[in-house]
Design a protein around this ligand. Structure first.
Ligand code: K1U
Ligand code: ZN
Length: 169
């Protein structure tokens, strides 16, 4: 297994629209194992392949308290969304240290292939529903800060660019 570098906002590669996974083969199974290791090491509850510069529709998630219930969503599609939404505090491994409110559906049903290539429907609410929506946005090239005002987004961009310059010194 391997730890993979996570792209940081405002890296333009984060805005690439991912393509469907063609086949759940050995290459994809290795990618899943590496993404899970990377997500656990970064202490995240989710990771989209877009964040590690692989532009295929693949997500890993673990919202369990004991960090022992990994989920794999390949080629996910939302097949139902609740009529209600709420503003929830979100973070992102690609925008470290920034947390802000985003409006999300309270519940979603998502059809996806699992790590064995079997089709499943996940009926999600709470943190899992929020995380699925956040990760599916990544696959569409969208980072959560794009829901914020231009003023906030520009401040975040400036902060991230400054942090990157300081890291490079
Ligand atoms: O996609 C990512 O960048 C992972 C992200 C997922 C996420 C967190 C919170 C709301 C929606 C999606 C993270 O794991 S950020 C770090 C984190 O562990 C966390 C932050 C806030 C609440 C819960 C967890
Ligand atoms: Zn994110």
């Amino acid at each position: 297994m391997a730890l993979l570098p996570i792209l940081c906002y405002p890296d333009p590669r984060l805005h690439t629209v991912a393509k469907p996974v063609a086949a759940v083969d050995e290459r994809v199974r290795t990618l899943i194992a590496d993404m899970l290791e990377t997500m656990y090491e970064a202490k995240g509850i989710g990771l989209a392949a877009s964040q590690i510069d692989v532009h295929e529709r693949l997500i890993v998630i673990d919202v369990s308290d004991n960090r022992d219930q990994p989920m794999v969503l390949i080629n996910p599609e939302l097949i139902w969304t609740s009529p209600t939404t709420h503003l929830n505090e979100e973070g992102c491994l690609s925008v470290p240290g920034i947390y802000d409110g985003v409006n999300r559906f309270d519940a979603v049903h998502c059809r996806a292939l699992d790590g064995e290539g079997q089709s499943r429907v996940i009926e999600a609410d709470g943190l899992l529903a929020i995380c699925i929506q956040h990760e599916m946005d990544h696959l569409m090239g969208k980072v959560f800060v794009e829901y914020l005002s231009p003023l906030k987004r520009n401040r975040i961009k400036t902060k991230m660019n400054k942090a990157r310059r300081e890291e490079a010194r």
